[in-house]
Design a protein around this ligand. Structure first.
Ligand code: SAM
Length: 222
C-alpha cells in the first residue's frame, strides 16, 4: 500500500460523491495563495463532518482550529438558517482569510470566527454562559487537546457530539515512550475520554490524501 494508492482512492471517492464546489475550491485556492499550511481536512473528510452535523441535526457548532475556513464551511452548511457556528483561531491573518472565504460561501450570518488562543476563547464562552453546543470539532494544537476537551464539556449537554481530528500521529499515539507534546496531548485526551463515565467514545484510523491519520467521536451523556 502506498500514498499514491491512497490518493487515487480518495480522488475516486471525492469524484463520485463530493462534487466540485466553487466556494470550497476558492477557499483552498485562496489559502494556498496566502501560504497557509495545507492541513485542512480532505474533501471527503469535510463531507463526513457535514454529514455528522446533519445526522445530529446540529443547530450550534463549535470548531477549535479554523485555518482558512475549509472545514468551517463544510460544517456550517449543515446548519439551519438560524443556526450558529463559532470557530476559534489564534492566527489573526488566517482568521481574516477564513472570514472572507465564509462570506464568499454566503455563511457569514451563521459563522463567527473568534481570534485568540482557544483556551482563552473557550474560557470566555464559559464565563458568558454561552448556550451549549450540539457538535464540537477539535482540530487545533494537539498538545492542548486535554484542555479543549475539559472546556468543551462545560459547553456541552447530554447528546453533544465531540469529534477529535488527527489522533493517530502517524502511529505514535500507541507508543507510551513517545514524549512529543502532540502525542502526549492526544494520549491524555484519550485517557480523559476513557475515564469519564459521561463520555462514550470510539476512534478510527484512516488512510487517504492526508496520509495515515484518524479521528475520535464522542457522545456526551447525562
Ligand atoms: N479545521 C481546519 C480545516 O480542516 O480546514 C484546519 C485547522 S488546522 C489543522 C489547525 C489550526 O489551529 C491552525 O489554523 C492554527 O493556527 C490553529 N491553532 C493552533 N494553535 C491554536 C491555539 N492555541 N488556539 C487557537 N487556534 C490554534
Amino acid at each position: 500500500m502506498s500514498q499514491e494508492q491512497w490518493n487515487a482512492v480518495d480522488s475516486y471517492f471525492s469524484g463520485a460523491l463530493v462534487p466540485s464546489d466553487a466556494a470550497l475550491d476558492a477557499t483552498l485556492k485562496s489559502s494556498e495563495e496566502a501560504g497557509l499550511p495545507t492541513i485542512n481536512v480532505a474533501p471527503n473528510q469535510g463531507k463526513l463532518l457535514h454529514l455528522f452535523a446533519r445526522i445530529k441535526n446540529a443547530r450550534r457548532i463549535l470548531e477549535i482550529g479554523t485555518l482558512g475556513g475549509y472545514s468551517t464551511i463544510w460544517l456550517a452548511r449543515a446548519l439551519p438558517s438560524d443556526g450558529t457556528l463559532i470557530s476559534l483561531e489564534s492566527n489573526a491573518e488566517y482568521a481574516e482569510l477564513a472570514r472572507r472565504n465564509i462570506e464568499s460561501a454566503g455563511l457569514s450570518k451563521v459563522v463567527s470566527v473568534v481570534v485568540g488562543t482557544a483556551v482563552q476563547s473557550l474560557e470566555r464562552l464559559i464565563e458568558a454562559e454561552t448556550e451549549p453546543f450540539d457538535l464540537v470539532f477539535i482540530d487545533a494544537d494537539k498538545e492542548s487537546n486535554p484542555a479543549y476537551l475539559q472546556l468543551s464539556l462545560k459547553l456541552s449537554r447530554p447528546g453533544t457530539v465531540i469529534i477529535g481530528d488527527n489522533v493517530v500521529r502517524k502511529g505514535r499515539v500507541a507508543d507510551p515512550g513517545n514524549h512529543d507534546p502532540d502525542v502526549v496531548g492526544v494520549r491524555q485526551y484519550f485517557e480523559l475520554l476513557g475515564a469519564n463515565p459521561r463520555l462514550d467514545t470510539t476512534a478510527v484510523q484512516t488512510v487517504g490524501a492526508k496520509g495515515w491519520d484518524g479521528f475520535s467521536v464522542t457522545v456526551v451523556s447525562a
